[in-house]
Structure formats: structure tokens, C-alpha cells
Design a protein around this ligand. Sequence first.
Ligand code: NDP
Ligand code: MG
Length: 389
Amino acid sequence: MMIKQISVLGCTGSIGRQSLDVIASHPEEMALFGIAARSGIDTLIEQTNRFRPRVVACETAFDTTLLPEGTEVILGAGATSKLAAMQEADVVVNGVSGFSALAPLIESLKAGKRVALANKESIVCGKRLIDHVLAEYSGEILPVDSEQSAIFQCLQNGKKKEVDRLILTASGGPFWRMPREELNSITPEQALAHPTWNMGKKITIDSATLFNKGLEVIEAAYLFDLPAEQIDVVIHPQSIVHSMVSYRDGTCMANMSKPDMRLPIQYAITYPERIASSCAQLSLYQEQPLTFHKPDLERFLSLKMAYEALKAGLSCPLVYNGANEAAVEAFCSGTIGFLDIERVVDYTLNQHTPKALDTLEEIMQEDRLAREVATQMVERVSQERRNRY
Ligand code: NDP
Ligand code: MG
């Protein structure tokens, strides 16, 4: 295998750090070309000194004299997108969080790259644009999100017309058994302690609300081109089965491993090859019993709304995402309660008239609008809370 040159976007985050680890562990297969971050300057400098990428990009300007001599530096707004399109890289790992991952994703695809895509918000928001770009340029998307990587692998065992359904597993987060009345007193600190995965802040909150699974239902529908009716969610707290595909003859293929994001990151880079990894082999008799539970859509409105947004199509998934991003920020800053996240998204979706979004400008404009409407609801909810106490 030729050595692949790799850029890591969002290098200071959870996916980014694990990607650097994967690359450093495979010097015969992979080399680090560039890294990009937004604001984690200290980590960025430390990573540059340790991993020696040729290019460092940062959305925020900083004193670059602390970087090794000869490092090429790209600074300021749009730096991530510039690195994303650089000719020298073969693969771009996109581990930027939230909607901001979309612009660099488009740049990478236009430059003909393989994108190992961890970010899900970009697919949920940019479906039509991504489809245009994939049709016109030679770029490709390999999923890193563990559920989508699992489905991608399970789908290699049959044809699309033979698929009965995709079954996404969900850890359920820390609260899925908690009575709904108790959920609104959950603090950001409680929601940030995830039982099986160590991830960035936003996705950890999304895992607790199940908005993460809602986004993944939409992500799966878009990545694998299947309707909402063919996508199921099952709660599986041990996170050993990463997802499944059932076929029309009754066969169900499952993808299993220890929960370790380095595995899907590595596979998206090396596909179609499989190479050795530092991830421990699975010994099922040493694991907790594997259990599966049906989620109650009336309890998890986050999931119910995702199905509705997916069925309504057009800009609805984007609004679902944008309102959730705004609501999660408000929850983390203590402005609204845990269940208010759902209320904010529900309100924003109800205010929305679906439209087709084809360009990045149209998508960004609609995302801003959704956040504005969501913020109005955040203010109303926070006023209610202040009146109550
Ligand atoms: P983190 O919050 O840990 O990291 C986010 C990274 O993105 C940071 O490096 C951050 O830079 C960078 N970033 C944030 N905003 C911008 C921006 N506007 N422009 C450029 N860079 C930006 O998130 P995670 O690593 O947990 O998640 C990343 C993505 O991967 C998410 O979409 C998530 O849903 C998805 N994912 C993550 C999994 C995980 O295990 N963590 C699993 C499956 C999917 P800085 O910190 O320097 O500001
Ligand atoms: Mg996932």
C-alpha cells in the first residue's frame, strides 16, 4: 500500500486527537500532511511539535514563532477550508464539530479527496449540495461515525434492493431509563458524563437527548439512500454492536468491536484494505451481556422529530440540526433546561416552511434563520424559568 498523506480537520477535538493517534501508529501506511483547528492554540502547538505536520491551519490568529521552523501556516477565517482543499493530501479526516464542517467538506470533495467524515451535521444540512458535488467531482465520502461505518461494512454483504432495513444502535446515553418527569432537572455536568464514549461536548449532550441518534437516522438515510421507513433504532447500552443491516431473506449482519473510534477512523482511511490496529480484539464472554431495547418515540421526541423532518425533507433536517445546535449551547450555558432542547427544536420546526437548498450560501442563510428562530424560543423559555424561580 502506498503511504497516504492525510490532513486532519478539527485536530484538537476528540476525533482529531484519535486520528493523529491512528496516523502515528501506522508510519508505513500513513503520513500526516496537515492539521486544522479553530481556537485550541496550546493543543495545536503541542500537536505540531509532536507530530510534525507540513501544514498547520487555524481559524484564529496566534503567535506562530512557537512552531517548528519550516511549518507552513494558514491563519484566519476559512483556514480549515483551505487546508481541506490542498492538493498534496490524499485523505481528509473531517472531525470538525457542528454545521461548520460543511464548508470544508465541500472544498475537499471539489478537490477530489477521500473524506473520512466523522461529522454528521454537514450531511444532514447539505444533502442536495453534497449530491451535486459528488456527481460533478471525483471526491468520495467514507463514514467514520461508528454506526454509519458499521452499516457501510454490513452493506458489503448484499445488494441495495436486497436490504430490508438498517438498524442503528444507540447507547441511550445516561438517562434513557429515567422517568421523563425527572429529565428537566438534569444539569449540563450530568449530561456531559457519557457511559461508554469519551467525546466532544456537543455530541455528548446529543447522546443524552438522543438528538445524536436523530441526526444519525437522517445521516444514514442520506448516506445510503434509503427512506425513513427502512431505518430503525434500537437501544444497546454496551455499544458493542455498532449497527446492523437486515436483508430480505431474514439474514441480519451486525458489526461488532470494542467501542473505540480509532477503528472506524482507520478503516475509512485504509478502505478497502484492513490493517492491524491497536484496538483490542473482542472476547464476547468477557463482556457484559449484550442487551437490546426498543426506544419509545413518545418519550424521545428528539427521535420522533428526526423521522418527521426526514419525511418532510428539503430544509427540514437542516432546521432540526440548527435549532438543536442553538438549544444545546443554551443548555450548556445554563439558560434552558434539558427537555427545553426538544421544545426549542419543535417550535423552530413548526415555524418553518420547507424549501430546497442548493448552494452553500442558501444553506448558510437558512441555518442562520433557524438559529434566530430557535434563539427567540430560548429567550422565551429562559424568561419562563426566571419567572418560576
Ligand atoms: P470536539 O468538540 O471534541 O472537537 C471539535 C473540533 O472541531 C475541534 O478541533 C474544534 O477546534 C474544531 N472546530 C469547531 N468549530 C470549528 C469551526 N467553526 N471551524 C473549524 N474547526 C472547528 O468534537 P468531536 O471530536 O467529539 O466531534 C467532531 C464531529 O465528529 C462531530 O460532528 C461529531 O458528531 C462527530 N462524531 C464524533 C464522535 C466522537 O467519538 N467524538 C463519534 C462519532 C461522530 P478547537 O477545539 O480548536 O476550537
Ligand atoms: Mg455515532
